[in-house]
Design a protein around this ligand. Structure first.
Ligand code: SAH
Length: 259
């Protein structure tokens, strides 16, 4: 069976065996671990994972690929195929008992950010996640204060997890060849939040507001939300810009917000 890649499903199939080998080597899958693969496609990562004797659930949106996967992997009793949209899939329904989920996916780049936040809603049942993403997005997730790439995505992702860029993946590793460089990122959800945030929607509001005008000082960009004296009282210099303050600072600022 052959499958024509569909652009609307963000299909870029991995075909470089060295890259596939490097991914499998760096994730260290062990027998009986519970893995979830998002967007298995034609099974480039699915097959080596199954060979590690893990328990595997896969979530694939393209029904034609689901048919192909069912046929290709019918001899594997440890595989469960879900024909579903990962953005709406209830991942917590897969987790049972103490066995946390390990997540992996070469994600469609157009849905990668909402999908990561959807997964992080259930961070308590996730051991770790390994994703292939646009390198640009991985850089933004991992960026520290002071960097040009530091922004809303860095602060929000780092609240939930510890990110680490593992390695880059060049465009020629895929079919069809994407326009951009890719990279593998490891995300390990924190067992305890690294800072105290009373209300996540408030953190989101402060961070979004501060970075929506990233050239402005906090005094100006947060004017509508927080008084300058309140910023000073927290020990934060109000003449700094959003890109120069830490997650801990954003957390204290968010805890000042009224309803
Ligand atoms: N893992 C494969 C395929 C990567 S392409 C490989 O590395 O070769 C991305 C895959 O995600 C495709 O199979 C695509 O059909 C699937 N996909 C796209 N949107 C999805 C969604 N919302 N939920 C689940 N799968 C999706």
């Amino acid at each position: 069976m052959s499958h024509t890649p569909r652009k609307r499903f963000g299909q870029n199939f991995l075909h470089d065996h060295n890259i596939i080998y490097n991914i499998i080597a760096s994730i260290q899958a062990k027998p009986d671990q519970h893995w979830v693969e998002i967007g298995p496609g034609q099974g480039a990562l699915t097959e080596p994972l199954l060979n590690e004797k893990v328990r595997l659930d896969v979530v694939e949106l393209d029904r034609d690929l689901v048919v192909l996967l069912r046929e290709k992997f019918k001899q594997y009793p440890n595989l469960q195929i879900h024909s579903a949209d990962a953005l709406r899939f209830d991942f917590s329904s897969l987790a049972n008992g103490d066995n946390k989920l390990r997540i992996i996916g070469n994600l469609p780049y157009n849905i990668s950010t909402p999908l990561m936040f959807h997964l992080l809603d259930n961070a308590y049942c996730i051991e770790d996640m390994h994703f292939m993403l646009q390198k640009e997005v991985v850089d933004r997730i991992c960026a520290a204060p002071g960097s040009k790439k530091y922004g809303r995505l860095s602060v929000m992702m780092q609240y939930y997890c510890l990110p680490e860029l593992l390695f880059e993946v060049p465009p020629e590793s895929f079919d069809p060849v994407p326009q951009v460089m890719s990279a593998i990122v490891r995300l390990v959800p924190h067992s305890q939040p690294p800072v105290t945030v009373n209300d996540m929607s408030k953190l989101n509001r402060v961070v979004t507001q501060a970075f929506s005008q990233r050239r402005k000082t906090l005094r100006n960009s947060l004017k509508k939300l927080i008084e300058e004296e309140e910023i000073v009282a927290l020990g934060i210099d109000p003449t700094l810009r959003a890109e120069n303050i830490s997650l801990a600072d954003f957390a204290s600022l968010s805890n000042l917000l009224q309803e």
